[in-house]
Design a protein around this ligand. Structure first.
Ligand code: 6MZ
Length: 347
């Protein structure tokens, strides 16, 4: 049974800007995938981290490898993407930027181009269904694959930027932050920026990446994923913070993901507090709602209960996320109108 508070958060119109497709697969969809591929002998506890459980970040990345085994055909991607979009829509997410790393799977004939086309098809199918959600796509670079693959990914993303009717809006840099080196990816990221792709970069997700973060901040990116170790209180530096502030680069903050992946010790120590107190644009996101067993309503509720936010402040937080989206100004205006129409008379 949902109580009154749960209903408020469920009905709150929301913007989701940091959602990895294969990390967002719900247990219901995983069940369907397991049924399709019983020979893999994959069980539920290998694809999600349950309530109260934690893993090391390294173990989290093993989970993605298991999910990738389950999602390796065009049909799988189509099902996963449509299910994920419908689930976000059911959680009152009105605008969603999905991100995913195009994969080639030789044994099924899947190519990177087909991968992107299939996600786009899923977005279009959901639009035809009449779901009340605007979905855009960020093509992701997995840092572990190095500079050449990064450049090829940018070239592919560039093509779709021009041919997808505005559905592909940007590029994401993600993957295990302890693997690979951001510096070698700079030429690819610069190219992406110059051709009009918006950049969302995972930055300082783990400690001791000061030099890399400094280089990436000079681009500068249009948004930052996590930014857990940017500020001086956790070993970052004021120079990094000043660069973020000077360029007014919004942060995508994923509370449960950081707690379950153990880069942040507990909710009350989450860096949301640092940036929110500065009045800096901070967007609450899920990261991987399937893997971390959460949803966006729950993440807003957790932020509010942990940091003592009033309902009015929560409303403002979800509304301000509109200014951080990568879609054009006209879409921002439509969303702002939607928030005005839905706003309660009293909180
Ligand atoms: C960095 C992450 C991530 O692309 O196959 N990914 N990268 N930090 C995180 N924090 C936990 N969570 C997910 O979705 C899965 C991929 O997203 C990235 C990783 O590259 C992972 O393999 P897609 O849809």
């Amino acid at each position: 049974m949902e109580n009154e508070a749960d209903v408020f958060y469920r009905q709150l119109p929301k913007v989701e800007l940091h959602a990895h497709l294969n990390g967002s697969v719900s247990s219901h969809t995983i069940e369907k995938l397991i049924d399709r591929k019983p020979h893999l002998n994959i069980e539920h506890n290998m694809t999600a981290i349950g309530k109260g459980q934690r893993r090391t970040l390294d173990e989290c990345f093993q989970v993605f490898k298991v999910i990738h085994q389950l999602v390796d055909t065009e049909e799988d991607i189509l099902m996963v993407a449509t299910d994920v979009i419908r689930e976000f829509a059911a959680d009152s997410v009105k605008y969603l930027e999905l991100r995913s790393t195009p994969r080639e799977e030789k044994h099924t004939g899947l190519t990177k181009r087909r991968y992107i086309e299939t996600v786009i098809r899923a977005i279009q199918l959901c639009k035809e269904e009449g779901l009340d959600i605007d979905v855009r796509f960020l093509v992701a670079i997995d840092r572990r694959n190095g500079p050449q693959v990064a450049m090829e990914t940018v070239e592919l993303a560039e093509e779709f930027l021009l041919s997808s009717n505005g559905l592909v809006v940007g590029l994401d840099l993600s993957g295990d932050p302890t693997v690979g080196d951001g510096k070698s990816l700079l030429p690819a990221l610069e190219r992406a920026k110059n051709c009009g792709l918006k950049l969302s970069l995972h930055l300082s997700e783990v400690p001791s990446q000061l030099e890399e973060s400094d280089l990436l901040l000079n681009l500068p990116p249009d948004r930052i994923g996590h930014g857990t170790f940017l500020h001086p209180e956790v070993g970052g530096s004021q120079i990094l913070v000043d660069k973020v502030l000077k360029n007014n680069i919004p942060l995508e903050l994923c509370l449960t993901s950081n707690i379950k992946g153990q880069t942040v010790p507990c909710y009350s120590k989450h860096h949301f507090k640092y940036w929110y107190q500065l009045g800096h644009p901070s967007v609450i996101c899920t990261d991987d709602k399937g893997v971390f067993s959460t949803d966006l309503s729950q993440e807003y509720q957790l932020a509010a209960s942990t940091f003592g936010l009033s309902r009015e402040a929560v409303w403002k937080l979800s509304q301000q996320a509109i200014d951080c989206i990568f879609a054009p100004e006209a879409v921002k205006q439509q969303l702002k109108q939607k928030w005005t129409d839905l706003q309660p008379q009293v909180f």
